[in-house]
Design a protein around this ligand. Structure first.
Ligand SMILES: [Zn+2]
Length: 261
């Protein structure tokens, strides 16, 4: 399996990324994408990806880091690296009061216009979207930004069935984390049954969101993505192996990567 979204540059993994990836491999997780949160972090992500087989990176500014120092040249330099396979994560987050939504919006607008320009210059990549309690704001922004709709994935989807419908009608993909394994997440589990198999991915968002049955473990790790896939297979009454290979094929198609098995 592939963990399509984790943060292996975070201090929780400092000095032990080799061990974390080896443990993932032993559990059948042979690839991952380590996702950027700031422009400086994008350079760290590509450096880490360059040093590890099967690990790829993204370049972008997370909405909750909109108030961090930003150097667009660093983001562009990260994106030029051959192991940088996506933009993001970018978007809006209304769950917290800070950074203010106006600042998140300003950084998002500038980020999308630069990505559009860089895409036209030969750096077209899929886009990892962070959307928390902001579907009604964010979907129209993405719809009018000029980037292709089927190249967006709403990562760590935790919305309602109506939110899922909005994202699917827009044309984007949806990715699930360990939250979908939590028995209390009834709305989300219902939403998960709406997503066509060919528009679905799975991820850990490590170090966050350890899935059942390792919920409460800190930090979460890429190897635990198998529990997310198993929960989705159970929800949809599918054979877990069949769903896992469909999800792998999806990740390869979305990111344009061929992961070695
Ligand atoms: Zn993330």
């Amino acid at each position: 399996m592939i963990d399509t979204h984790c943060h292996l540059t975070f201090p929780e993994f400092s000095g032990r990324v080799d061990a974390v990836l080896a443990a993932a491999h032993a559990d059948g997780v042979h690839g991952a994408v380590t996702v950027a949160t700031t422009t400086a972090n994008a350079l760290e992500c590509v450096a880490l990806a360059a040093a590890h087989e099967g690990l790829y990176a993204s370049a972008g500014i997370h909405p909750l880091y909109s108030d961090s120092p930003c150097d667009w040249e660093d983001m562009h330099r990260a994106a030029l690296h051959p192991k940088c396979v996506a933009w993001g994560e970018l978007g809006l987050d209304r769950h917290y009061a800070k950074p203010p939504i106006a600042l998140q919006r300003a950084v998002l607008d500038e980020q999308l216009s630069r990505i559009l320009r860089w895409s036209d210059e030969g750096l077209a990549k899929p886009v990892i979207v962070h959307c928390r309690e902001a579907f009604a704001d964010l979907v129209p922004i993405l719809a009018s930004c000029g980037l292709p709709r089927e190249r967006f994935v709403f990562h760590c989807f935790t919305g309602t069935p109506a939110d899922a419908r909005l994202v699917l009608d827009f044309g984007a993909w949806i990715s699930f984390t360990g939250v979908v394994t939590y028995p209390s997440a009834r709305d989300l589990r219902e939403a998960a049954t709406l997503v066509p198999i060919d528009r679905m991915m799975v991820e850990t968002d490590a170090p966050f969101l350890s899935p059942q049955p390792v919920r409460g473990h800190w930090p979460n790790e890429p190897r635990h993505v198998v529990h997310v896939a198993q929960a989705l297979a159970a929800l949809r009454g599918m054979d877990p192996h069949e769903l896992a290979s469909a999800l792998d094929a999806n990740a390869e198609r979305f990111f344009g990567v061929r992961w070695a098995r």
